[in-house]
Design a protein around this ligand. Structure first.
Ligand SMILES: CC(C)(COP(=O)(O)OP(=O)(O)OC[C@H]1O[C@@H](n2cnc3c(N)ncnc32)[C@H](O)[C@@H]1OP(=O)(O)O)[C@@H](O)C(=O)NCCC(=O)NCCS
Length: 386
């Protein structure tokens, strides 16, 4: 890992959700200086940090915001809590291996905010960069931070003596590290007989771009921009990483047999508490029941993880294959509507489908036997995208 690891400016070009409602990560701004100075002036906070002085002034905050916070070697985010600046979380690669650090204003401690913020930045960084590992550490007497890092999967690598500027003394620091492989293994994934679905990372971008550039896919779907480029694929990965889990999730679909990426699938928060299902499959992989198999498993996970009482899906009226996928999952046609399609002039006509959780649950056993049937090659209907 070169000492000068650079983060693309686009990573925080839009806010990144965390698992907690009302808590998000965004770019740090000059206007945050006062709240930052107030938060870090509190010795209860600064005593746990290596480089923050005590007392901490407004000028210190301004210098940080205008300097290190905007360095390309530092991915630095404000933690926004209910619309106000609450603290910072950063991955700092200015002087060595990318290092995670975070702090939160004392009144916000103990509500899960620190854990949610740190997880969101780690997920974003691993998904949207190729960094092999993130290091971190905490002072021996900082149990809250020890807990945050342990929950993220960081492992102990050693103990060093480090000077704490605020304490004005040398303190034992427990050093920790999280390898990309350990992070990836802990990501939510969904498996079926033939496919494995996991949140996309930058490693997937080439294959996503290749499949999504397929003209037949572009013609049939409403949600995929046309023409689809490598930059679009990277933007797709980034936007997937910024979504609030589990309310909204995106997965790449890979064949278990070959490891090849064959499509994408996911859900987002729809109207009235319903989840909105969407998927697409590369042309070479249609007609073998893969979309149906993936959609059934994803619906099961989505209902389970979100507690939603129903799902909706939309597919273009000219897309009978996708309609078939939805019907085989138990969706029922509700009506038609018009949606905007990126890259297409005007709106496109779509069929709207709905599936109630109870209906899905009662069909599930039937669905499982259908999946077994597909394994034997029983399903031959063509499939496309919704
Ligand atoms: C570290 C910090 C960001 C944690 O944020 P937070 O929002 O308070 O943490 P969370 O609410 O997510 O809690 C994390 C865990 O620590 C535990 N915890 C919180 N405060 C604790 C305390 N004072 N003592 C022991 N455990 C504590 C929580 O119970 C939780 O554990 P759990 O998930 O097993 O229930 C925050 O305490 C802070 O800003 N501290 C000062 C700066 C700092 O220490 N930065 C990190 C330097 S390594």
């Amino acid at each position: 890992m070169p000492a000068s690891f650079e983060f693309e400016d686009s990573l925080l070009s839009r806010p990144c959700a965390t698992a907690l409602a009302g808590v998000k990560l965004r770019r740090i701004e000059a206007a945050d200086a006062q709240a930052m100075a107030t938060g870090l002036a509190d010795f209860a906070v600064s005593r746990n940090l290596v480089a923050v002085p005590h007392p901490y002034t407004l000028e210190d905050a301004r210098e940080f915001i205008a300097g290190p916070a905007v360095s390309p070697n530092m991915l630095c985010a404000a933690i926004e809590v209910d619309g106000s600046f609450g603290g910072c979380v950063a991955i700092d690669a200015q002087t060595g291996a990318p290092e995670l650090g975070y702090w939160l204003a004392a009144p916000l401690h103990g509500r899960g905010v620190g854990s949610a913020a740190a997880r969101a930045l780690v997920d974003l960084a691993f998904a949207a960069t190729e960094m092999p590992a993130i290091v971190s550490g905490h002072f021996f007497d900082n149990d809250a931070s020890a807990s945050v890092l342990a929950k993220l999967g960081f492992r102990r690598t050693g103990i060093v003596e480090t000077r704490s500027r605020a304490r004005g003394e040398t303190v034992r620091l427990l050093t920790m590290s999280l390898a990309r492989g350990d992070w990836a293994a802990a990501q939510p994934s969904i498996e079926t007989a033939r496919v494995v679905m996991a949140p996309p990372t930058l490693d997937d971008a080439d294959e996503i771009a290749l499949i999504a550039a397929d003209r037949s896919l572009g013609l049939m779907t409403a949600a995929v921009p046309k023409p689809f480029t490598l930059d679009d694929a990277r933007a797709f990965v980034l936007s997937a990483a910024r979504r609030r889990r589990p309310e909204s999730m995106t997965f790449s679909i890979r064949m278990r047999s070959s490891g090849a990426l064959v499509g994408g699938i996911g859900w987002s928060a729809g109207e009235g508490g319903a989840l909105e299902l969407g998927y697409w499959l590369g042309a070479a992989h249609r007609g073998r029941g893969i979309a149906t198999e993936a959609a059934r498993a994803v619906l099961e996970a989505a209902f389970d993880w979100t507690g939603a009482s129903s799902a909706t899906a939309r597919c273009r009226v000219v897309n009978p294959a996708s309609r078939g996928v939805l019907e085989r999952c138990g969706f029922q046609w509700e009506g038609a509507s018009l949606v905007r399609s990126p890259g297409s002039p005007g709106a496109v006509a779509v069929d709207v489908f709905r599936l109630d959780r109870e209906v899905f649950v009662s069909l599930r056993e039937w669905g499982r036997s259908a999946v077994r049937g597909q394994r034997a090659g029983a399903t031959t209907e063509p499939e496309d995208a919704a």
